[in-house]
Design a protein around this ligand. Structure first.
Ligand code: FAD
Length: 433
């Protein structure tokens, strides 16, 4: 398509700042022969690794099968922004989940970040976790929206204060003339997502979980003891969890019809001088604006600006990715005009029509987790926990999520992309008002 190109993928990590700054590379074996486990998890991103880890912590014998490398998908490529909340406005599903379900989902939205905090502390994972976050306003109506969010967080019992900032005050966190104000909190934050995921996989391995990399699952055989098959091996288990999200392709058509892979992109500048980094982001916070195709940015531990954006429903990225992202970045921070861009990469987010994570069961013993619609660093950890709870016999929180109705994109991926593009053009147009 004009101006766009397909993402260039191999079985190794994409060329990103994260892949270039991992604490350790992973080299788990490929799956060979016929193995057995209590639970086999397909997909080694945050959803899969954390489901396996939660289960291993509860004493299950777990195996994890990843087509490429641990954290290879969206998990190892994202903006690293740790943001609370699960999906959007669960009130829409009151009929299906009741008041109690709505309440549970809001509480899970608070707990999601705590799961990460606990993991990092318990397993001593070095992933540059830092708390502090600002929503930034481009329009007066965004400030109105932030005031509502502030009141709402209080109402649902979020223990962290949310502070409204005017045009001058926001500059103590985000020093750009672009913003009319903001909403600051220390409930959210940022981290190095690939190092977090690799650390979580190491914790899983230390608890006895088996991990297989470069082992794409090509078939699922349902039954009393379901089986996953790769080219060179198989695992027979009591339970399967499918966590391949936007990268699972056509393995289970019922699931792939409900999730549309959409490309988002990130650039990492060369390390900034300490003075420049402190001048542009004095609060060292993670930042998002509230648009549908939002800008999101933050500093890395070595003082690079990591600037993300775009949401391309074709699943492709601009041919001139660095140029496109550089323009977006300098609209926010003009003084970075001549700053070198060291890395530019893209990844797939799994979009669902109703923008709620999709959790459920294909049968009694086959579970799935997918579709965070671009907001998954913290929610994956929470959805992994409730899936593990369900497998361990405690299903209340799982049911709250699983009872939410989800639709397939009409007409499959091709028509689905077109329909979503039209819908999103409408929302992007609203952003301009
Ligand atoms: C560029 C970008 C920026 C983002 N920024 C943010 C952000 O700042 N904050 C935020 O909250 N969210 C963000 N997100 C979203 C977030 O990264 C995702 O929601 C989250 O990582 C999803 O994790 P996952 O484990 O479900 O999926 P993934 O991380 O995509 O993992 C799926 C894994 O399954 C494997 N797999 C697929 N099929 C098979 C198979 N058949 N056999 C074996 N393995 C298989 C894949 O190889 C892959 O490793 C961003 C996403 C992108 C792409």
């Amino acid at each position: 398509m004009f101006g766009l190109r397909a993402l260039q993928e191999t079985q190794e990590h994409t060329h990103s700042f994260y892949a270039a700054s991992v604490n350790t590379t992973t080299a788990y074996p490929s799956l060979t022969g016929d193995q057995r486990a209590d639970v086999v998890v397909v997909g080694g991103g945050f959803s899969g690794v954390n489901t396996a880890l939660e289960l291993a912590e509860r004493g299950f014998d777990v195996a994890l099968v990843e087509a490429n490398r641990i954290g290879w998908g969206a998990t190892g490529r994202n903006g690293g922004q740790v943001i609370g909340g699960i999906g959007h406005t669960p009130e829409r599903f009151k009929k299906a989940i009741g008041e109690a379900g709505i309440r549970d989902i809001y509480q899970m939205g608070i707990e999601a970040r705590d799961v990460i905090r606990e993991r990092v502390e318990r397993y001593n994972i070095q992933c540059d976790l830092k708390w502090g976050y600002c929503d930034v306003a481009l329009k007066p109506r965004h400030m109105k929206q932030f005031a509502e969010w502030q009141a709402f967080e209080k109402e649902i019992g979020n223990p962290h204060p949310y502070t409204l900032l005017d045009r001058e005050e926001i500059k103590t966190y985000v020093n750009s003339d672009r913003y009319l104000g903001g909403l600051h909190n220390t409930a959210n934050g940022h981290l190095h997502p690939l190092n977090l995921c690799i650390g979580e996989a190491q914790a899983l391995s230390a608890l006895g979980g088996a991990i297989y990399e470069q082992s794409r699952v090509i078939a699922i055989e349902p039954g009393a003891l379901p089986v996953v098959r790769t080219e060179a091996g198989s695992i027979t288990a009591k339970t399967i969890v499918l966590a391949g999200n936007a990268y699972m392709g056509g393995l289970v058509p019922k699931l792939s019809k409900r999730v549309l892979p959409s490309a988002s992109s990130v650039i990492a500048t060369a390390p900034l001088t300490r003075e420049l980094a402190q001048r542009i982001l004095p609060g060292d916070v993670a930042v998002c604006d509230p648009r549908t195709a939002l800008d999101y940015f933050r500093l890395s531990a070595d003082q690079r600006l990591l600037f993300g954006g775009l949401s391309n429903y074709t699943g492709m990225e601009p041919k001139n990715l660095k140029g496109v992202m550089h323009k977006k970045m300098t609209q926010v921070f003009p003084e970075l005009e001549n700053t070198a861009i060291d890395y530019a990469w893209s990844g797939w987010i799994g979009i669902g029509i109703n923008r709620m994570p999709q959790l459920g069961q294909l049968s009694d013993n086959i579970h799935y987790i997918q579709a965070y619609s671009g907001h998954g660093v913290a929610p994956t950890h929470m959805m992994a926990r409730v899936t593990a709870e369900k497998i361990a016999g405690e299903s209340i929180r799982f049911e709250a999520m699983a009872n939410i109705p989800h639709m397939a994109f009409p007409g499959g991926p091709l028509l689905g992309r077109a329909i979503l593009a039209v819908g999103m053009t409408y929302y992007k147009a609203l952003d301009l008002l």
